[in-house]
Structures are given as C-alpha cells and as structure tokens.
Design a protein around this ligand. Structure first.
Ligand SMILES: N[C@@H](CCC(=O)N[C@@H](CS)C(=O)NCC(=O)O)C(=O)O
Length: 255
C-alpha cells in the first residue's frame, strides 16, 4: 500500500464483537493500512453515536460499521469494501472484476444476515432466550438448506476460477470475507460445518491460505482480533447446531 499522507482511516463499529466490522478490519489489516478502531478508544463510543444521530451530516449511517476517510463517511460493509478495495490494492483492477467482487461481498452479507437470524429469528431486539423455539426451527432450515446453498455457491466459483481466488487472479477483499464466514460458521455451527467439509475443499483451502498470510496471521494472533462470543453475529449455541457427524465405529470407540 502506498504511503498515505492523509490521517488514518477511522473504522466505527460496536466494541466487544467481531461482527460486520471484521470484514473491514481484515482488509485494513491485510493491507497494513493505518486505521483507528474508534469505538474501542476512550470517548470513541460517544463519537460513533454522534455520527449515527447525523450530527453535521445530511446522510447519517443507518448502522455500524462505517468508515471515515477525511471528510467522507461511508456505511454498509460491502460499500465500504468497494471503496477501500482499490485503495488498499485488494480489488480487481478492471470494472468487471470490481463489480464481481461487490456481488460476492453482497451475497456474503446476505449469508451473514441469515446466520444472525438463526439466533434472532423474531426480532434483533429480543433476547435469544425469548425466541428459542423459533431459533431452533430457523437453524435447522439454515444448516440443511441455506448454508449448503451459500457455501457450495462459493465453492463453485472457486472451481470455475481454477481454485485460488474468488475474483480474478489475485487475493481480494472477497477472499478475506470468505475466510471470515468460514471462521464464524465453524465457531457457530461446528457440526454442520464438519458435515459439509467434504463438499468444500476449495473454500476450506482458501480459508487456510488467508489465515497464513503474513499480516492476517499477525492480526489473528494479536489482541486486536476479538474472540468470537455470544454477543456477536456468529454465536455458538449447542442446541442450534446440527447433530455431530457419524464417525466410523473405531474412532467413536476411542473418543
Ligand atoms: N447491511 C448492513 C447491516 C449493518 C448492521 O446490521 N449492523 C448491525 C451491527 S452488525 C447494527 O448495528 N444494526 C442496528 C440496526 O439494524 O438497528 C451492512 O452490511 O453493513
């Protein structure tokens, strides 16, 4: 990334969870771009809430994450990445490729929303504990139908592209985002993901390649990478996961 004369990017996102902010963090971290995770700094939450009230702006963000770059304030995860991609050298150079990257990112955003709705099927504002039966029903449909449909779609793209990258011939933010959904889904639905693993060789290999990238590996090992938890989008509730996959009798006996 070329040296920036302007001040560091400002990322605004809820502190304490990876959430949708993580897709932006991964791009900034991979590129080694200077940024401040504002809501995690002293007084940062107040600053974030002021933006959301629209103070001094005609277009307040509807929800975090949003990114401030000099006088620009940009909301919507896929929109932020479409903006950052070329600046961080994490997007295809041609228009067709840039549009394809946005398309993949928006589809990942749909998957993220559906993963969230497994634990909050009735209302985001109610506690999980107050919508458990609906959550269970929603989760079964999610891991039986929706999860395979989304993930085999990503796998199919990799198959057609030759397997290394979702868009074009280089790593883009779409690949980083695919890594993040695999991480999150493995945390939330380990059994369902285990059952699907054989159908996703390219996607899982891409996950491993992203995790091994120098800046990503350093980030994942740092305190900046928050652990997954039951306040975020990807939550692990045993009762919502698929049953454990059947193992051959021998390995079951050992376990
Ligand atoms: N489509 C938006 C969704 C943003 C969003 O739902 N943000 C969540 C946190 S991850 C939020 O704070 N929502 C508040 C609300 O919807 O009222 C994106 O991809 O950035």
């Amino acid at each position: 990334v070329a040296a920036r004369k302007s001040p560091p990017y400002e990322l605004y996102y809820w502190p304490g969870i990876q959430g949708r902010g993580e897709f932006v963090r991964l791009a900034l971290e991979d590129a080694g771009a200077p940024y401040v995770d504002v809501a995690r700094t002293a007084g940062g939450m107040r600053k974030m809430m002021a933006f959301m009230r629209g103070e001094g702006r005609s277009l307040p963000p509807f929800a975090p994450p949003f990114l401030k770059d000099a006088s620009l304030v940009i909301a919507q995860t896929a929109n932020i990445l479409a903006y950052l991609g070329p600046r961080l050298n994490m997007a295809p150079k041609d228009e067709e490729g840039r549009i394809a990257a946005v398309q993949v990112q928006l589809t990942i955003a749909d998957l993220v929303a559906e993963a969230h709705d497994t634990h909050h099927p009735i209302a985001a504002g109610f506690y999980y504990e107050d919508q458990k039966p609906a959550a269970k029903e929603r989760s079964v449909v999610f891991f039986k139908e929706r999860l395979p449909k989304f993930l085999t779609w990503l796998e199919g793209i990799l198959e057609r592209s030759g397997g290394d990258h979702l868009v074009g011939r280089r790593m883009t933010y779409a690949d980083l985002s695919a890594f993040q959904v695999v991480c999150g889904l493995r945390y939330a639905f380990p059994n369902a993901m285990d059952r699907m693993a054989g159908r996703l060789p390219r996607l899982l290999a891409l996950h491993d390649r992203v995790a091994a990238r120098k800046n990503i590996a350093a980030y994942l090992a740092s305190e900046r990478r928050l652990p997954f938890n039951e306040h975020g989008i990807f939550r692990h509730y045993l009762e919502l996961d698929a049953p454990a996959p059947k193992r051959p009798a021998r390995s079951r006996a050992k376990a």
